[in-house]
Write a protein that binds this ligand. Structure first.
Ligand code: CO
Length: 426
């Protein structure tokens, strides 16, 4: 039987094909746990638990019943809602050799080959207008609509010696036969959303693999799913915040799930923007804190940046730092990089290890191989924005940035417990 946390993770991933669904579903999940959903321009004062979304980004906070503004501190978990994928262009229809195709842009660091020969659905958000007012509608179709067919081996005898894919030429999905019709994609969206094609103004729509998340392996110790990076961390953060029954005094527990991490975080809703610092200040001043008290509070605060970590790959052991192999089901991974691609330092690591030890949760330490360039996260960005200690942690996984990734079946529960211990630590 699938562990309850893992089954809930599968439900979350399968109902969350886009960052916009992540933000919207996060609000719905937290509302079920007693959080009040508010608009960004509403008052947020006098709420014990509040959640707010902006497009594909969501920020939620739970307040201790007793807060003295002179001793206020934040406990923050940050993660990201976006994953690398293929995104539909504004004028997508074109045809070639009797096929109807859609033009796509490549979003983020996609493992391009992983999108070949998969049945793809579509999701995202669509702006509609009746002439007077605009409205944004979420859109999610699990109908098998698109496919990027790979070239047969007989027509590319070199394919197994190093597949070369041109982003413009080779990744356009097929979605029918016959002549390409201008406006066909708009008409498809209109039918799906039950509006007229002329009402559709614009869209942010992307492809997703249709295979549902599942347990994997002889003893069901593994799982396979799309978007593990980073919906698994979002899920752990939401479960930890949603199930919190008591918070230590003077504490505001915050979960911030950002869009656009995979493309550098520089946007109105990305981690490089003002949303988190503005929100923290609003949370603080909602409890009668002055700006000076808020700025002092940042110095008592701590942030956990949660994102995927590289498990050692059995077929490519030589790509990993030999002294820092990370195992699936080995518990949360503390990620270290001397050049601050990860925000962890000795002090934030020591502090986070204390949280894990308080709940008897095992942990591992990751360092990237020194002769390979290391990836990064929202950790260093958040540390720089807030001037706050940050640690980079995550669950171990394989196939990072593939259309379908894999992880250890017990890690989601271990990361969730780790983040719960962080929020509850006195
Ligand atoms: Co990530």
């Amino acid at each position: 039987m699938t562990e309850p946390v893992l089954q809930d993770l599968f439900n979350w991933i399968d109902e969350t094909p886009s960052p916009y669904h992540a933000a919207s579903n996060a609000c719905a999940r937290l509302a079920d746990s007693g959080f009040t959903v508010r608009q960004p321009d509403d008052h947020w004062n006098d709420l014990e638990k509040v959640v707010v979304k902006w497009g594909g980004t969501v920020i939620a906070a739970a307040f201790s019943p007793k807060i003295n503004p002179d001793f206020l501190r934040f406990r923050i978990v940050g993660a990201h809602t976006d994953s690398p994928n293929l995104r539909i262009k504004p004028k997508p229809e074109f045809g070639s050799a009797g096929y109807q195709q859609l033009g796509v842009e490549i979003y983020g660091g996609v493992l391009l080959n992983s999108w070949l020969d998969r049945d793809l659905g579509l999701s995202g958000r669509v702006v509609v207008s009746d002439g007077d007012s605009h409205e944004t509608l979420l859109f999610h179709s699990n109908q098998p609509l698109l496919r990027v067919p790979q070239l047969a081996i007989h027509l590319d005898r070199e394919a197994n010696e190093g597949l070369k894919l041109d982003r413009q030429m080779h990744l356009s999905p097929v979605w029918g036969l016959g002549d390409s019709k201008e406006g066909a994609f708009r008409s498809f969206l209109a039918d799906e959303l039950n509006v007229s094609a002329t009402e559709i103004v614009s869209w942010d729509v992307m492809c997703h693999d249709l295979t549902p998340s599942s347990v994997l392996g002889l003893d069901e110790q593994l799982y396979a799913a799309p978007r593990i990076d980073n919906l698994a961390s979002c899920h752990a953060a939401l479960c930890a915040l949603g199930s919190l029954d008591t918070l230590p005094e003077n504490t505001i527990a915050v979960v911030a799930l950002f869009d656009h991490e995979e493309v550098g975080s520089e946007s109105s809703t990305g981690a490089k923007g003002a949303l988190l610092s503005n929100s923290l200040e609003r949370f603080a001043t909602a409890r009668a804190s002055s700006r000076e008290q808020y700025l002092r509070a940042l110095n008592r605060s701590f942030c956990v940046s949660a994102d995927g970590a590289h498990a050692v790959h059995p077929n490519y052991v030589d790509r990993h730092e030999p002294g820092h192999h990370v195992a699936l089901n080995g518990g949360p991974v503390i990620k270290v990089n001397a050049n601050v691609r990860y925000a962890t330092d000795a002090e934030s690591s020591g502090q986070f290890q204390a949280y894990l030890k308080s709940a008897n949760i095992p942990f591992q330490q990751y360092v990237h191989r020194t002769n390979l360039p290391c990836g990064s996260t929202i950790g260093p960005i958040t540390a720089a924005q807030l001037g706050m200690p940050v640690i980079d942690v995550g669950s171990a996984q394989l196939s990072m940035h593939s259309a379908r990734e894999m992880g250890g079946a017990h890690d989601p529960a271990l990361l969730t417990s780790g983040l719960s211990a962080f929020f509850a630590f006195d």
